[in-house]
Design a binder for this molecule. Structure first.
Ligand code: AAL
Length: 373
């Protein structure tokens, strides 16, 4: 606890304290703030795109990958499906249960990042009986040593409530493909939860198991410290609501080779808040934008070792499912790589479309004609 005697005149002046001998609980907390500079703050805006990625009636385009610059243009990959979703009440063998069910991974290119041309399908669902026969979706791109790696979520049919989601991978020597698929998933849920009964209900459990006992989602691989760090979102069997949001956590799995095998870190979970994974290298460590769920939602965090994250900034809000612009040098400043990229927006529960975000660093608040110091 801060003692009044330990306060110096600068602190009293900076925090505008009326009487140092009667500090409120809020002021005692403020005196413990470790970061007073603004280098990690951003404010976001969202904008419509032009061309093939603009909203299209009856079509789902969502969860854009990172953007990369190749062959004189930007490339992005994303989940694409058509038609409305029926949910889980009907025949899950025949129906489309979610907008991200019955997806393939498509790609588009753009010279200016505003006007996009859809180029076609990159990775399709597998043959009947394969681990990815129902949907391939929510992908991320990595270029390493001249080769392109797409990792993505996979589901095997039937898409029941209790079905597990895994992570698959394809690779190619050109961003235009052709893509070669891994024969097996590169990451699977922990197998240590136990369902209660046979009802297709994900909230009924004997034991929850690890934070990723039900689904592994939102993969993103970064080449870091001579290894490959696969960051992902875990969903747990018997998930609960906590702090007004879903109980979503992040983990990391590490490999010597982009194709794996990936070993889950013993430190998992490495975040107890967040949703879609959004990570980039900076300052010798890894930055993570934590959105949507958990008590630490709307924060920007940094881990000097890629694993032990601390909160660097609380921000007002953040776009969903960000596809970062990897052509920006993320080492320039903590939030440089957020200057623009892609996101998705819900037109309705059935249809989502891809948009562009921009973000600016917040360093002053001035009126028109007023000068900041
Ligand atoms: C997204 C991601 C994953 C989920 C679904 C599609 O926001 O977290 O991709 O499976 O929603």
């Amino acid at each position: 606890m801060t003692k009044e005697s330990s306060l110096n005149p600068e602190q009293i002046d900076y925090f505008g304290i009326t009487n140092p001998s009667t500090l409120s609980a809020a002021t005692k907390r403020a005196l413990k703030w470790t970061r007073l500079e603004n280098d990690w703050y951003v404010q976001f805006e969202e904008h419509d795109l032009q061309g093939d990625l603009a909203f299209e009636e009856g079509v789902v385009r969502r969860d854009p990958s990172a953007i990369i610059w190749e062959n004189g243009k930007y490339y992005v990959w994303y989940s694409k499906s058509v038609g409305p979703s029926q949910g889980f009440a009907g025949d899950v063998e025949q129906d489309k249960v979610w907008p991200w069910d019955r997806c393939d991974i498509w790609f588009a290119t753009s010279e200016d990042g505003w006007h996009w041309e859809e180029q076609g399908v990159a990775v399709t669902r597998g043959e009947k009986g394969a681990y990815d026969d129902r949907s391939v979706f929510t992908c991320e791109i990595m270029k390493h040593n001249g080769r392109f790696y797409l990792c993505y979520q996979t589901v095997q049919s039937p898409y029941t409530v209790r079905v597990q989601n895994q992570i698959g991978m394809s690779w190619a020597d050109s961003p235009d493909g052709p893509w070669v698929k891994s024969a097996e998933p590169i990451l699977s849920p922990a197998q240590n939860g136990i369902w209660r009964g046979d009802e297709d209900n994900r909230f009924l459990v004997e034991r929850r198991g690890d934070f990723d006992s039900h689904k592994v989602h939102d993969p993103c691989i970064l080449h870091y410290r001579d290894k490959f760090y696969l960051y992902y979102k875990g969903e747990q069997m018997g998930e609960e609501i906590n702090f007004g949001g879903r109980m979503i956590r992040h983990g990391v799995a590490i490999s010597d080779h982009p194709l794996g095998p990936y070993e889950k870190s013993s430190f998992n979970p490495i975040s107890n808040s967040g949703h879609e994974v959004c990570v980039w290298p900076f300052g010798g460590g890894i930055v993570s934008l934590i959105t949507t769920d958990g008590p630490e939602r709307n924060t920007i965090q940094w881990a000097p070792d890629g694993i032990n994250f601390e909160i660097m900034a609380h921000i007002r809000s953040a776009p969903h499912a960000i596809g970062l612009n990897r052509s920006i040098d993320s080492h320039k400043s903590p939030v440089a790589c957020l200057s623009w990229g892609l996101t998705h927006k819900y037109y309705s529960d059935d249809y989502q479309f891809i948009r562009r975000f921009s973000a600016k660093h917040v360093s002053h608040h001035t009126a028109k004609g007023e000068t900041a110091v």
